[in-house]
Design a protein around this ligand. Structure first.
Ligand code: BGP
Length: 485
């Protein structure tokens, strides 16, 4: 007879909380000697169709450098977390956060990316933030590079296209690992590392004047440099503090075939492999075979140093974190035009969509968790998930966001199912606990938060923080460790 117990609840110490990124919340873009970042030269766009993530050119960067407005470049103002962090962290503590994911803006520490000495004022800011979190027993979960790098490195060496950027990054990581050695335990290297295949936002490399084939070459070469940098950072971090937990971060969505026709099933498998390629390297420590054929068929040649393969083997991550917003549908004949999604995929007739057309699929999260656990057998961490919506501040002074509660509740239920399936899940930091600037469109009106921020798309508003209905709901969820949904 075979009968074993299985977990029936979220584990003790589960890292409940919320996630943000420096360039979407901090503001203070030119304060305390901070340098300009790649995120701060990407213009405001009204919707996804308006932007392709590779749309930055040499000319538009020059234009951005000369234009000091935060109206055209909202990521320069964020929600002014820089001056509101105490108030914001207090609100997170009130909800009972166990963890808060944030990123360090590399350009606060090395303004141009390659100075001889780090910028003390930048380091001090994060000291203050971590100390404030510690007051409430909230664990910081730190992303070392979240969709940005010092613009100086783009201007000088086209970002991650250059191998030299690995050394720049490792000097930055050494400084922050050492400085925050006792304040931060959980780290991750690159946010949504697969974003490198979308262009500038991930690579910091300008490639708009290139052919599609040349772009692929630049993007895969850039991400190879990130793989090496990530692996070396994992090793470096463990040498500085062997208790550090350093993870990878992937934008993940399960890929469904449009029909049971094997050609569709195969097409979905290819999309999946293109996605899992990144974690295959960061978790398993080597390039997967299926990419050799892909590279050959697209004339991509990855330049590697002799010891790169060894570095990748030795620098595998402690845990795998990922963002989950949606699933994808793929067919052999269809057009992956992004109809139902952020970047790719076709519409799924069984799913509802968000105000921005992202397909809502809680069961897909359970499937994803099971798949990732089966494939990798390392602890998993959901570090982004949430609903971007148009919220209304109503006459009674409140935001009644029952749709957000519904979205999060259904995803948390499926996480619990996955835990009962046997998945080792460390935590859940939903995306944007406080309203922030959208990564893709730079809108303020695409809101994810439990906390409303009084600011419009042009930057008008008092920046006042207001608790939404979901605030009280999440508090209850955390108090009950995920039991009371
Ligand atoms: C992820 C990014 C985040 C983020 C989120 C929501 O891809 O890691 O930075 O913002 O998506 O996307 P958006 O802001 O475009 O709604």
């Amino acid at each position: 007879m075979y009968s074993k117990e299985f977990p029936k609840a979220f584990p003790k110490g589960f890292l409940w909380g919320g996630a943000t990124a420096a360039n979407q919340i901090e503001g203070a873009w030119n304060v305390a000697d901070k340098g300009l970042t790649t995120a701060e030269v990407v213009k405001k766009a009204k919707n996804h169709a308006d932007i392709t993530l590779s749309s930055v050119s040499d000319e538009s960067i020059q234009e951005a450098i000369n234009d000091h407005s935060t109206k055209n470049y909202p990521k320069r103002r964020g929600i002014d977390f820089y001056d509101h962090y105490k108030e914001d962290i207090k609100l997170f503590a009130e909800m009972g956060f166990k963890a808060f994911r944030l990123s360090i803006a590399w350009a606060r520490i090395f303004p141009q990316g390659d100075e001889a000495e780090p910028n003390e004022a930048g380091l001090k800011f994060y000291d203050d933030v971590f100390d404030e979190l510690a007051k409430y027993g909230i664990e910081p979960v730190v992303t070392l590079s979240h969709y940005e790098m010092p613009l100086g490195l783009t201007l000088k060496q086209n970002g991650w296209e250059s191998r030299a950027t690995i050394d720049n990054f490792l000097r930055f990581t050494k400084v922050v690992f050492s400085r925050y050695r006792t304040k931060v335990k959980y780290w991750m290297t690159f946010n949504e590392i697969n974003a490198a295949t979308w262009g500038f936002v991930g690579t910091g490399a300008v490639d708009t004047d290139k052919t599609t084939e040349e772009q692929l070459q630049i993007r895969y070469q850039s991400v190879h440099h990130q793989f090496v940098a990530s692996a070396l950072a994992v090793k470096q971090g463990h040498e500085i503090n062997s208790n550090f937990k350093i993870g990878s971060m992937l934008a993940r969505g399960v890929s469904y075939p449009k029909t049971s026709n094997p050609v569709d099933v195969r097409a979905a498998q290819v999309v999946d492999q293109q996605n899992l390629f990144f974690t295959d390297i960061q978790v398993r420590g080597e390039y997967p075979e299926y990419m050799n054929r892909y590279f050959a068929e697209h004339n991509i040649v990855i330049e590697m140093n002799e010891d790169d393969e060894q570095i990748l083997k030795e620098g595998t991550v402690d845990y795998l974190s990922f963002s989950y917003y949606m699933s994808n549908v793929t067919s052999a004949s269809g057009k992956a035009d992004g109809a139902g999604n952020m970047i790719l995929g076709e519409q799924n007739p069984y799913l509802e969509t968000s105000d921005w057309g992202w397909q809502i699929d809680p069961i897909g999260l359970r499937i994803t968790l099971n798949e990732l656990w089966d494939r990798y057998r390392v602890p998993l961490f959901v570090v982004e998930n949430g609903l971007g919506a148009h919220d209304e501040l109503e006459a009674d002074g409140h935001v009644h966001d029952s749709y957000r509660i519904d979205y999060l509740k259904r995803h948390i239920e499926q996480m619990k199912e996955a835990i009962e399936d046997g998945v080792d899940l460390m935590g859940y930091t939903m995306w944007g606990p406080i309203d922030l600037i959208s990564a893709s469109t730079s809108e303020m009106s695409k809101r994810y938060g439990f906390i409303y921020v009084d600011q419009d798309d042009d930057g008008n508003g008092s920046l006042k923080r207001i608790r939404k209905d979901s605030f009280e709901w999440y508090k209850k969820v955390l108090e009950s460790n995920g039991e009371d949904l």
